[in-house]
Write a protein that binds this ligand. Structure first.
Ligand SMILES: [Zn+2]
Length: 256
């Protein structure tokens, strides 16, 4: 009998799957300030160690390669403030709809193509500000049962950007950060998601908002969130679909 009740049930030990034999396409480019090449260099040894089959591309045209996209289990995108053509966007959107996962960090996924509404719909969030620039801040694990965050505790990140994201209120949020108001007084106490997971069609989408510089991943908690989330997103084609719908708003009542 097939267990269709979801990932956690399929993995009774709540283990995150590994990437052995998975086809991973890394697409990187865009704003040089995020040094996408350094991000690729940071994650590649781990992907190799995992046994992933890696293809790297510095062109969004890879998204128009139907065969490549159909064979890809996971797209890791690191592309900030770019322009995506209709054809390129359609290639990515179609592949994810059909079960290719999409994962990324920081502006590489959350500030990629500001003028493509369907891309925003797929990712479930868009960067808006990082008050104070590089600062120290806390990250709070708000879901300790999910395999991606299981066993992790709240942690600090140092000298990096605290992303104020505009987020789809239906994504499943795993970690948040609270803004102090030190840099923008009117957002004191604002709680903004840092990590979320969702579906777009059959494809799993994973966002981690930390990662302005590769050194951010030296923090073991951040690195764990990257590794587990990316591995989760690569499983869309192989694991039963989870119900990740987590509406913030009640249809009859607004949150207090
Ligand atoms: Zn940044």
């Amino acid at each position: 009998m097939t267990n269709l009740s979801g990932f956690a049930q399929n993995n009774p030990t709540n283990e995150v799957p590994n990437l052995k034999g998975k086809n991973v396409l890394i697409v990187y480019g865009g704003w040089k300030g995020h040094n996408p090449q350094a991000f690729v260099e940071r994650i590649t040894p781990w992907l190799k160690e995992e046994g992933a089959i890696i293809t790297t591309s510095e062109s969004l045209d890879s998204y128009t390669d139907e065969k490549l996209m159909a064979e890809t289990d996971l797209v890791i995108q690191s592309w900030t403030m770019g322009k995506i053509s209709k054809e390129q966007a359609n290639g990515l959107l179609t592949a994810v709809k059909n079960g290719t996962g999409l994962a990324g960090c920081h502006g590489g996924i959350g500030d990629s193509f500001r003028d493509n509404s369907e891309y925003l719909y797929m990712v479930g969030g868009q960067w808006a500000a990082h008050p104070g620039g590089k600062i120290n801040y806390d990250v709070n694990i708000c879901d300790t049962k999910d395999p991606i965050t299981e066993g992790l505790s709240d942690f600090d990140v140092m000298n990096t950007e605290q992303y104020y994201m505009l987020v789809d209120p239906n994504v499943k949020v795993l970690a948040t950060t609270t803004f102090s108001g030190e840099h923008n007084a009117w957002i004191e106490g604002a709680v903004i998601p840092v990590v979320w997971k969702k579906y777009y069609g059959k494809g799993r989408v994973y966002n981690l908002s930390i990662g302005h510089e590769p050194k951010d991943f030296d923090n073991p908690s951040v690195w764990t969130l990257l590794k587990r989330g990316f591995a989760w997103a690569a499983e869309s084609k192989y694991q039963a679909k989870e119900n990740l719908m987590s509406p913030v708003y009640d249809s009859k009542q607004c949150p207090k």
